[in-house]
Design a protein around this ligand. Structure first.
Ligand code: CA
Length: 224
């Protein structure tokens, strides 16, 4: 059964959406704020997120930005008519579709189905290969060419996946922190995590060839 996360702070609307999606055969969880949305996604990997842009805490656009950087979970935004500029920003950030409030629940169900059809990916496993590493995102495991399995902490793993999604692209410390929103985290501790990560993924941690420092900018994973 496909699982949908609904992020909506208005109780009545959340219930309405849940009822319609459940009747359509989906398993539905409703949360009411951005932090819960991010932590639920991290832990449960829903198949799609229905996201109200006007939510308390981390706002809908920040949720979109964070989700899109780390996961491929399709996003259908719910927006008020007055939020046209937010809607455009959301689409630019990588949301898959939107629906304007007030909306017909049947239309929402149809949109959700259409987006799932369009974005359906073969098999549930997410394997990322970069810098001589094979990263299994779902199993949270990392292997090097020699087959050795590395035991990473949750934060180290998230940083590695963020860099590995786009090898060669430099991420600044604050961009790395952005990706970890929801995990209690400070910008200055990025360097410490990078150091620990190198001990686990570099053949020679004092002379890194995989996780590279770009001085004055940030870090990147080798695309060689
Ligand atoms: Ca709202």
């Amino acid at each position: 059964m496909q699982r949908i996360l609904v992020v909506e702070d208005e109780l009545k609307i959340g219930r309405l959406i849940r009822d319609y999606l459940e009747n359509a055969g989906f398993e539905v969880t409703v949360v009411a704020d951005g932090h819960s949305a991010l932590s639920h996604t991290r832990q449960h990997r829903p198949d799609l997120v229905v996201l109200d842009l006007g939510i308390p805490g981390v706002d809908g656009l920040d949720v979109t930005r964070t989700l899109r950087r780390t996961y491929e979970t399709p996003i259908v935004m719910l927006t008020a008519r007055a939020e046209e500029s937010d809607r455009i920003v959301g689409l630019e950030l990588g949301a898959d579709d939107y629906i304007t409030k007030p909306f017909s629940p049947k239309e929402l169900v149809a949109r959700v189905r259409a987006v799932l059809r369009r974005t359906h990916r073969v098999g549930p496993a997410q394997i990322v290969r970069a810098a001589g590493l094979t990263i299994d995102v779902d199993r949270r495991s990392v292997m090097s060419e020699t087959g050795a399995t590395q035991d990473l902490t949750a934060t180290e793993f998230e940083i590695l996946v963020a860099l590995a999604r786009d090898p060669g692209r430099v991420l600044s410390r604050s961009q790395i922190v952005d990706q970890l929103q929801g995990i209690a985290y400070e910008s200055r501790s990025v360097d410490a995590h990078i150091k620990n990560l190198r001990k686990k993924i570099e053949p020679d941690p004092s002379n890194p060839t995989r996780l590279l420092t770009v001085y004055g900018v940030g870090y990147k994973l080798s695309d060689a």
